[in-house]
Structures are given as C-alpha cells and as structure tokens.
Ligand binder design. Sequence first.
Ligand code: SF4
Ligand code: SF4
Length: 356
Amino acid sequence: MKATNEGVLLLNGKEVGFIEGQTVLEVAQVNGVHIPTLCHLKEMTPTGACRICCVEIKGMRTLAAACSTPATAGMEVFTETEKVHKARRLIVELLVSSGQHNCISCEANGNCRLQDLVYFYHIEKQAFASPEVPLYPTDADNPFIVRDFSKCILCGRCVQACNEMVVNRAITIGYRGAKSKVVTGGDGSYMGSDCVFCGQCVEVCPVGALVENKGRGTGRNWETKKVRTTCPYCGVGCQQLLHVKGGKIVKVTAVQDAQPNKGRLCIKGRFAYDFIYSKERLTTPLIREKDQFREASWDEALDLVASKFKEIIGSDGPDAVAGVSCARSTNEDSYNMQKLFRAVFKTNNIDHCART
Ligand code: SF4
Ligand code: SF4
C-alpha cells in the first residue's frame, strides 16, 4: 500500500511509498522490514560508519548503507540477498576481531547489538586474530562512566549523542586507521574534559565500551525489571526507566521516544538515584526547639505549621506570609499550593523555585 504520494519504490519486490527526505532505512522501518544497525541514531545525522545496514540497490555498483542513502522514486532495494548477508557477516567478524569482546564478563551481555549479530550469523569463533594487548587502557577515573576502548567498535554513536543530542561537544573520533579512538579534547580522561557526565554516550553505546561505573556487577539486563517513572529532580518531568533488581535500583535509563526528554537525561536523573538509600535521608518531620531538632509525627508538625500561619496572618495580615513551592513538585502539588495561598490565605505571595 502506498504510504504517501511523494514517491514509490520497490522494497524486496513490494511497492512502498515514501516521503521525500526519508532514507532507505527509514522506509524499511516504516514498512516493517528489519535492517540491522549499529551506528545509526534516530533523528541524528546519518554517518554510515559501520555499514552493517548495507543493502543491494539495483543499478548500484556496490552495496549501499541504508541509513545514509536517500530513498528515490523507482529505486529497487533488496535487504536479504546472499551478497548482503555475506557482507554483513564479514563486517561483524571484523568488528569482533578488532577488540576484546569477552561477553561472559561484559556488562552489556544480553543487551549488546554486536552480540545479537554474532548470534544471528552463528559466528562460533573469531575469523581474524585480535590484538593481544588493548591499544588503550580503560578509563575509569570518575564515579560515573567507564570507557573500555578494547570493546569500542568506533560506531561513533557516542560522539553523535554528545554533539547532536545533548550538544555538549566533549568527544570526537581521534587518530587514524587502527589507532582510531573516541577522544576528549586533548585525549585526556573524561574527568578533565568538557564532559558534564550526562551519560548520554553510555545510553547510546551499542556494546559494552561505555558503561555506568557504579552499576557494574549489580544486575544483568535480563535480571532487572524496568519501571517507568518521572524523574524526581526538577520540573521538566523527564521520563526514565528504573532498572530494578531485588527491589533496588541498579541503573536508570531514559525512555526512548517519550516527551519531554526523548531519550535524554542529565547527570542527576541518570546517576543520582542512590540518595533514596541514604541513611541520612529524613524519614520523619523534625521540629526545632532552640538549637535542637526533635522528631515529630506528621500530625504534630502540620498542626504546628497551621497554628504559626494563623498567628502571623492574625497579627500582620495575609501578605505577611509567602510560599515558594519546590521545583521537584508535580504540577498538581504546585496547583494545590497556589490554591492554598490564594484561596485560603488570601495572598498572591506565591512563587515557584524554578532553579534546579
Ligand atoms: S557524558 Fe555527556 S557530555 Fe560527557 S561525553 Fe558523554 S554525552 Fe558527552
Ligand atoms: S564507545 Fe560505544 S558508542 Fe562510542 S564509538 Fe565506541 S562502540 Fe560506538
């Protein structure tokens, strides 16, 4: 069935419509035809770096990368030919041989696109020899992100995420040929770079080259339950997935395609989840008596606050009190707060702490 009037091409012998500007990969995805990808990052500029999405297009001398080839009217695209699978298999063999992909201990085991492709192509052993010693040491000198260069397939997704998704521009691909590497400015560690530790690069890495530091060894992908929630830190309301094992959060990722963050999180939303397990967290209201705090029940604390409000308003009028609601509050809580001040206390002294 034609999707639009914009153009028609043949996809594996079937006529399909496309919108001008769509790539061959996007046309295939819209029509339920699976083409594997590694470097492709949705809605970002296609790089065609990994070539795993190669397809055969009638009249073209070589295979084309579906992610960076625009769909054109009358094009005949084949995604499942012997030539295509032979090329994809070779790409996977080369990627596996280019580093040290020890799946047994890798944090990405069970959530790795390269592993999926190795499985799909029944690659039982390495076709080419791997370097015996990693060319670059692992960078783990910060509390958030571990960079294991021996597992990096140089797909460039992390660079695109940093440059285009979060626009921090902290990393790029440096050096040449076999020495290529994802580098910060000056090729130092993340710690001394422009990195703000948003972790977006970790989120998009399709293998185990970038992983959360504190989440290491705490739960495999298949062991964790994914619970969708709204980030508690600020009023933006980013959608996140809590990865929960044994009732404990072991990792946080963003919900893809959900507003308002569309797969992005900041450093707090992604990494600062363990405050909920802090022993210093307040669990009961505290009432100050002279210089000391003492624990109180909610009833006692609320009665005290209400009586103080009444006392101040009674002696100095409603404009003697003001309210500043918390940036972490939900819209509904903030609404209730302004109702309390405007409708009950009769003052417009109400604001919202928008800074996070
Ligand atoms: S953590 Fe964020 S800022 Fe740092 S390199 Fe990754 S994407 Fe860029
Ligand atoms: S670190 Fe991950 S996302 Fe970045 S280039 Fe390497 S494999 Fe790709």
